[in-house]
Design a protein around this ligand. Structure first.
Ligand SMILES: N[C@@H](CCC(=O)N[C@@H](CS)C(=O)NCC(=O)O)C(=O)O
Length: 231
C-alpha cells in the first residue's frame, strides 16, 4: 500500500506537468562534456530544468543540493554569489547561470532548435503545475540525510517524468550523492546504447562504479543507496 501511494504521488506530479519530461524533441548541437547542474529534487524550478534536459537528450552531472547539504550548497554560494537553485555550469562554453527560465532558454537555444515548446517555457502556468503536486511527496528530496561520500560519482539512467526515476533521484538527492544523469526519454537516440548495456529498456537504472553494482527497480535502488551511503 505504502509503495503504491509512493508511486501514485510521484506519478501525479508528472500528470500535472502535462507530459513534459517524457519525450525527446528536435535536437541541436551536442555538448562534448556533460553539463553540471546544482539542484534539488523537490524544487519546482529545478524540475523545469530537468525536464528540458530530458527533452534535449542531454547528459548532466547532478550535484544535489538538499537543504542542509554541507557540500554543494556552499559551493554554489561561493562560485555564483548566492544560494539559489537551480544553478547551471556549462563546461563547454564557460557559461554559469541561475534562474530556471534563463537556463531553459539557454539550453534550447544552444542544444535544441531555438525556442522551447509552451510546456517547457517560463511563466506562471508552468511554475504552478510544477509546484502544485509537491506536497504529495512530503519531505522527500528536500532535506539532507547524513551520508558517506562515494569516491566516484554514481550514474543514473532516467527520464524526468518517470515516477520510478523520481523515487531513485529523491534518495540520491537527500544523500547528496553526485551522479551522472543519462537521460533516456522516449525516442531518445541514447536508448539503443543503454539497452545494449543493461539488457532491457527500463528505468531507473543505477550504476555504482564504487561497488560494481548495477541495478533496476526504484525500491531496490532506494534500499541499496540507503544501506550503502546513509551514515
Ligand atoms: N527565479 C528562480 C527561483 C529559484 C528559487 O527560488 N529556488 C529556490 C528553491 S525552489 C531556492 O533556491 N531556495 C533557496 C534554498 O533552497 O536555500 C528560478 O526560476 O530559478
Amino acid at each position: 500500500m505504502r509503495r503504491t501511494l509512493d508511486v501514485a504521488s510521484a506519478f501525479a506530479l508528472s500528470v500535472l506537468r502535462l507530459g513534459a519530461g517524457v519525450k525527446v524533441g528536435p535536437l541541436g548541437k551536442r555538448p562534448e562534456k556533460p553539463l553540471e547542474v546544482y539542484e534539488f529534487e523537490a524544487c519546482p524550478f529545478c524540475r523545469k530544468v530537468r525536464e528540458a534536459l530530458t527533452y534535449l537528450d542531454l547528459e548532466a552531472m547532478i550535484f544535489p543540493c538538499p537543504k542542509g547539504g554541507p557540500t554543494y550548497r556552499p559551493k554554489v554560494e561561493k562560485e555564483g554569489g548566492k544560494m539559489q537553485f537551480p544553478y547551471l555550469v556549462d563546461p563547454n562554453t564557460g557559461e554559469k547561470m541561475y534562474e530556471s527560465d534563463q537556463i531553459v532558454a539557454y539550453l534550447f537555444e544552444r542544444y535544441g532548435t531555438g525556442k522551447p515548446p509552451f510546456v517547457y517555457s517560463g511563466g506562471r502556468v508552468n511554475l504552478l503545475t510544477s509546484s502544485l503536486g509537491l506536497p504529495l511527496r512530503g519531505s522527500k528530496g528536500v532535506r539532507y540525510t547524513p551520508s558517506k561520500k562515494p569516491e566516484q560519482p554514481l550514474e543514473l539512467y532516467s527520464f524526468e517524468a518517470s515516477p520510478f526515476c523520481r523515487i531513485a533521484r529523491e534518495v540520491l538527492c537527500s544523500l547528496e550523492l553526485p551522479y551522472l544523469l543519462h537521460n533516456v526519454g522516449k525516442e531518445s537516440p541514447s536508448r539503443p546504447a543503454f539497452v545494449e548495456r543493461s539488457g532491457r529498456m527500463m528505468v531507473p537504472y543505477l550504476v555504482d562504479p564504487n561497488t560494481g553494482t548495477e541495478r533496476f527497480e526504484s525500491a531496490d535502488i532506494k534500499r541499496y543507496l540507503l544501506a550503502t551511503y546513509a551514515a
